[in-house]
Design a protein around this ligand. Structure first.
Ligand code: FAD
Ligand code: NAG
Ligand code: NAG
Length: 394
């Protein structure tokens, strides 16, 4: 290390970047976060947090941790009190339960509320899109499209599934794989009676189904802007099926019609909800992208990855959010050891990188789960049926 002292540059203010920043702040380690966005993005979704709870307690300031419930889609939901510390998988043709995978304390967190709450008190520079990285013997510099730069000791690329830091590290090897499934992901509201019915009947965390016709459909709550007015409640659907037609491949045209054309043989709640979706709902084109980590040269311990940048997986086992927090915790631990002189930066980063790549085995497990949701006959052999939603290897 140079005598300039340890200074961390975090690229990306998503779950991984924000958790890392809080952990560094808690431990008084100098850092900055940059993000290419200048304001909140319109895309919003939920993540399932299960085994990462104790790690959030370590990383976040006490008041933020105590108020995690305010980051939920439904801020009034206490899964423990409601007896709903589980996710639900049904048979799409009958609506019957296939499995309830339990996890103590499991909760959904809405990504926009979480980003907003976790940004408070951090040094975040927005409008900084990473364009290049340069390293020297005693440091590393992140260059941004607006011509500015940040210099420090180490860069952690927490810049998501299409990470620029990953691209810088690995070139073409950083390109993600697109799974051959039609994929739709869209929010909608319902009429008062319909929203009340769905809210009562659905699992509040994850309510998804595998259908014998080779199709996956999930219902989720995104937000309850006004708890007393069900017509304001926002739900969303995730749906996937293997691409068979040119239309699916092109991923264009009237997507709601294409979805409805696929709904024969579905039971409630899915059947009715798809019928009730407002006809003018917007369904943007989307793809299921994954990336298996491949070991990278960390340039003397100067550049590494975390979260989706390090391992992008589909949502089928609900692990992405948990792993983002785990990476943050491991990185912060490494930085504490470097700061305290227990190890060199190079040694600490080599060790961190081994761990992050190993945790990336979840990409393959989640891919298996994605395939299993479209292979009804063999669903009982799928990872969720065997290991639930706990961390791989535990
Ligand atoms: C549409 C969608 C739906 C999802 N649904 C689920 C789900 O249902 N369940 C689940 O468990 N997980 C889901 N995930 C995955 C989960 O949200 C992630 O695993 C988790 O949020 C980890 O986030 P991250 O911090 O690694 O990356 P992100 O949250 O993607 O954050 C990356 C940040 O980096 C910034 N950035 C990107 N490029 C640059 C650059 N060049 N320069 C500067 N900044 C940059 C971005 O603006 C962004 O703020 C979903 C993800 C998406 C995108
Ligand atoms: C935090 O670090 C700064 C700079 O290294 C130092 O001046 C300060 O005393 C530290 N504070 C605590 C609480 O350790
Ligand atoms: C990044 O920086 C290196 C070293 O200065 C340079 O060779 C390379 O062309 C730069 N790449 C881009 C995309 O600007």
């Amino acid at each position: 290390m140079s005598d300039k002292g340890l200074h961390v540059i975090i690229v990306g203010a998503g779950l991984a970047g924000l958790a890392t920043a809080h952990g560094l702040k808690t431990n008084n380690i100098s850092h900055v976060i940059v993000d290419r966005e200048s304001g909140p993005r319109d895309r919003n979704w939920g993540v399932t947090i299960s085994w990462a709870h104790p790690l959030m307690k370590k990383l976040l300031p006490d008041d933020l941790y105590a108020n995690l419930q305010s980051c939920q889609p439904d801020i009034s939901m206490d899964t423990k009190a409601a007896g709903k510390e589980c996710i639900l998988i049904r048979d799409g043709a009958s609506g019957e339960t296939k499995i309830e995978a339990h996890f103590p304390g499991v909760r959904r967190m809405q990504i926009q509320k979480t980003k907003k709450a976790w940004a408070v008190g951090l040094n975040i520079k927005y409008g900084k899109k990473l364009s290049n990285i340069t390293t020297t013997d005693d440091g590393v510099t992140a260059h941004f499209e607006d011509g500015t730069e940040e210099s420090g000791s180490v860069i952690i690329g927490a810049d998501g599934g299409t990470s620029s830091v990953r691209k810088w590290l690995l070139g073409d090897l950083a390109t993600s794989e697109v799974l051959p499934y039609a994929f739709m992901n869209f929010p909608f509201t319902l009429k008062t009676e319909q929203a009340l019915w769905l809210d009562k009947i659905m699992n509040p965390n994850v309510d998804v189904a595998t259908h014998p016709k080779s199709m996956y459909l999930g219902l989720f709550l995104l937000d309850k802007p006004d708890l007393s007015r069900p017509e304001t409640w926002i739900f969303y659907i995730l749906v996937t099926w293997p691409i068979k037609t040119e239309e699916d491949k092109e991923n264009s045209g009237d997507r709601l019609k294409r979805l409805r054309d696929h709904m024969d043989g579905w039971a409630d709640p899915y059947k009715s909800v798809v019928e009730w979706v407002p006809h003018d709902v917007e369904i943007k084109p989307d793809w299921l992208r994954i990336w298996h980590p491949k070991p990278w040269d960390n340039h003397g311990g100067r550049v590494t990855l975390a979260g989706d940048a390090a391992h992008s997986m589909t949502f089928h086992r609900g692990q992405g959010g948990n792993l983002a927090i785990k990476d943050a915790d491991e990185f912060v631990t490494a930085m504490i050891d470097v700061r305290d002189g227990k190890t060199t930066l190079k040694e600490a980063m080599d060790k961190y990188d081994v761990g992050v790549v190993e945790r990336g085995q979840e990409v393959e497990i989640s891919k298996k789960q994605a395939l299993a949701f479209h292979d009804y006959a063999n669903f009982d052999n799928s990872p969720v049926m065997k290991m639930g939603i706990k961390a791989a290897g535990t």
